[in-house]
Ligand binder design. Structure first.
Ligand code: 4NP
Length: 154
């Protein structure tokens, strides 16, 4: 199974989603069966490491995001990934606009799909430190539900 997490810049929310989920899969012994990646709808941070504020907040919870690098979503992603999970409604709209007809990917809003409130992961980029903690709180909750979903599909 292949899952892609998508936000705007691919330096805060979607790499965090990827890092949290990778740890959940490793703990569940399912890392070899599910491939994860993340990407941004914008190209601004292509090739750049994860935002240092995000990296630090993640590191404090035991997630290592140091090897991840930003990349932009490409049309081929809709053929490579079965599940593409957007962090907010703008990301979802942008993904839907570029999704080719008949592409196999299921594109959805991550938190809403798993019955969580709020439905969107708020963009922490221009805010304070608490925003980075909130992102991780939401993504940890979502990861547990995504893991349950994956177990049902494998
Ligand atoms: P992300 O956060 O979409 O969670 O990676 C952002 C990163 C960068 C910018 C905006 C949001 N930016 O404007 O550069």
């Amino acid at each position: 199974m292949n899952i892609l997490f998508v936000c705007l810049g691919n330096i805060c929310r979607s790499p965090s989603a990827e890092g949290v989920m990778r740890q959940r899969l490793e703990q569940a012994g399912l890392a070899a069966q599910v491939a994860l990646d993340s990407a941004g709808t914008a190209a601004w941070h292509q090739g750049k490491p994860v935002d240092p504020r995000t990296r630090l907040a993640a590191q404090r919870r035991g997630y290592d995001l140091s090897l991840l690098r930003g990349r932009q979503v490409v049309v081929e992603d809709f053929h490579r990934f079965e599940l593409i999970l957007a962090m907010d409604a703008n990301n979802l709209r942008d993904l839907q606009a570029m999704c080719p007809a008949h592409a196999p990917a299921e594109v959805d809003l991550y938190l809403r799909r798993y019955g969580l409130q709020p439905h969107e992961v708020p963009d922490p980029y221009y805010g304070g430190e608490e925003g980075f903690e909130q992102v991780l709180d939401l993504l940890e909750e979502a990861a547990d539900r995504l893991l349950a979903d994956i177990r049902g599909r494998l």
